[in-house]
Design a binder for this molecule. Sequence first.
Ligand SMILES: Nc1nc2c(c(=O)[nH]1)N[C@H]1C(S)=C(S)[C@@H](COP(=O)(O)O)O[C@H]1N2
Ligand SMILES: [Mo]
Length: 155
Amino acid sequence: MLFGSQTRANSLPPPNGEVLLKVSGRIENTSDGEHAYFDRAMLESIGLWNVNTSTPWSNAPNRFEGVLARDLLRAVGAKGDRVTAKALNDYVIDIPIADFLKYPVILAIKKDDNYLKIRDKGPIQIVYPRDSYAELNSPRYSQKWVWHLSELIVK
Ligand SMILES: Nc1nc2c(c(=O)[nH]1)N[C@H]1C(S)=C(S)[C@@H](COP(=O)(O)O)O[C@H]1N2
Ligand SMILES: [Mo]
């Protein structure tokens, strides 16, 4: 069990705003017994983290701000060893949860102080701190920088 403290199903508060992220699969804490829904305020209430990094699309560093993936998984009581990440444009990729435990990977909602819009690869983008860990600057990781992230399924 990766996020060991949860032992029973718990309810998350219902989202008031537009749902930006849906989480399902092997999770203990849900909004409706099956899925955990997050609006922007709920994501921000988990706590925000900054990552300053270049990206697969830009050598100039940007300051991304978002929820640590490991904190989000702890908030839903995730039990698995990987997540299937899905995007609004139907992009799908599996990501090992080990990545999130080893590195401060974030689900970014802001870039350089502005909320990410769909036209900026938002509203949520997975960002790896590749300027801080040389091994992350590789195509193997670039494919896990999911933009337009909309759904995580814990497996
Ligand atoms: N939503 C979404 N995210 C995505 C992709 C995509 O097609 N859709 N492509 C991935 C891949 S394979 C890479 S290498 C990086 C960079 O993609 P690009 O080179 O097509 O811009 O984004 C990743 N994130
Ligand atoms: Mo790619």
